[in-house]
Ligand binder design. Structure first.
Ligand code: RIB
Length: 292
């Protein structure tokens, strides 16, 4: 069983559905409102656990009612929360999501996720023992991403960096990561001076650009490869990227070849968008294998 550590955010998603996305200064009537577990880190941890990995989360929650909901959800999905510590006098992270016109718009309030600091990582180093892969995203402080990248390099543990949401990163972090998985928008910010092909060629078998319904593009050392996505009936795309990253990490940590790992991850991501909520459609291992 692959052992995966996820360093990242844990949040509650406050989701409204509406037929129309409001413009600035506009009020529209929505159809529904739901609160569901989310946060890129937590989503990736839950997805990896459902796909059969042994997963430990390193994160923070607040001291509000959402914290209990977040922790119970981890437990329910078999994610180890020994390294998820509550922060007193602070709210849990929240994401405010509008589902409208076939897509989502999201405002993230990091709150307790801001306390996933380098010092907190140092206190959580026990989690890294025997890890096959570490995953990290960007809803936590930028210094923490740098710190974890250095720790992974020193310990010889491959780091999968999902640079979402977009923000520029030091060259050192990019070098320290074993795999980087931006979407097209994030790739433009990370590799501003390079074309897509130049960036892919600079990082063979390391940079994987997710292109939504088209698939995932990378350079295998000889050719640029596009691994196509699977066509499905889309209900909610929230969490598709997180499912892709988790499935990719699980497959790689199990020793699957890169092309096969991307195919597995594409399949898992395609299943995740067929249900409501970031984690609602995240598949279990058997569901993905039945479709391969
Ligand atoms: O990647 C999807 C996630 O991003 C949502 O669950 C929401 O929490 C936002 O952070």
């Amino acid at each position: 069983m692959a052992k995966i550590i996820v360093v990242g955010s844990s949040s509650i998603d406050l989701v409204v559905t509406s037929s129309k996305r409001p413009g600035a200064g506009e009020t529209v009537l929505g159809e529904s409102f739901k609160t569901v577990p989310g946060g890129k880190g937590a989503n990736q941890a839950v997805a990896a656990a459902r796909l059969g990995a042994e997963v430990s989360m390193i994160g923070r929650v607040g001291d509000d009612a959402f914290a209990e909901q977040i922790l119970n959800n981890f437990k329910h999905n078999g994610v180890c929360i020994d390294y998820v510590e509550p922060v007193t006098h602070m709210e849990s992270g929240t994401a405010h999501i509008i589902l409208a016109e076939g897509d989502n718009s999201i405002v993230v309030v990091k709150a307790a996720n801001n306390e996933v600091t380098p010092e907190y990582i140092d206190r959580s180093m026990g989690a890294f023992d025997g890890a096959d892969m570490v995953m990290i995203q960007q809803e936590i402080p930028v210094e923490t991403v740098t710190h974890v990248s250095r720790a992974c390099k020193q310990l010889g543990i491959p780091l999968l960096l999902n640079p979402a949401p977009a923000r520029p990163l030091d060259e050192e972090v990019i070098e320290n990561a074993a795999y980087i998985t931006p979407n097209e928008h994030e790739a433009k910010i990370l590799f501003a001076s390079l074309s897509v092909s130049e960036a892919l060629r600079k990082y063979p078998n390391k940079l994987f650009i997710t292109e939504g319904s088209r698939g995932v593009r990378y350079f295998d050392g000889l050719n640029e490869v596009l691994v196509p996505s699977y066509k499905v009936e889309v209900v909610d795309t929230t969490g598709a990227g997180d499912t892709f990253n988790a499935a990719f990490a699980v497959a790689l940590a199990e020793g699957k070849p890169i092309f096969e790992s991307v195919r597995f991850a594409n399949r898992a991501a395609s299943l995740s968008v067929t249900k409501f909520g970031a984690q609602g459609g995240m598949p279990h291992r058997q569901e993905v294998e039945a479709q391969m």
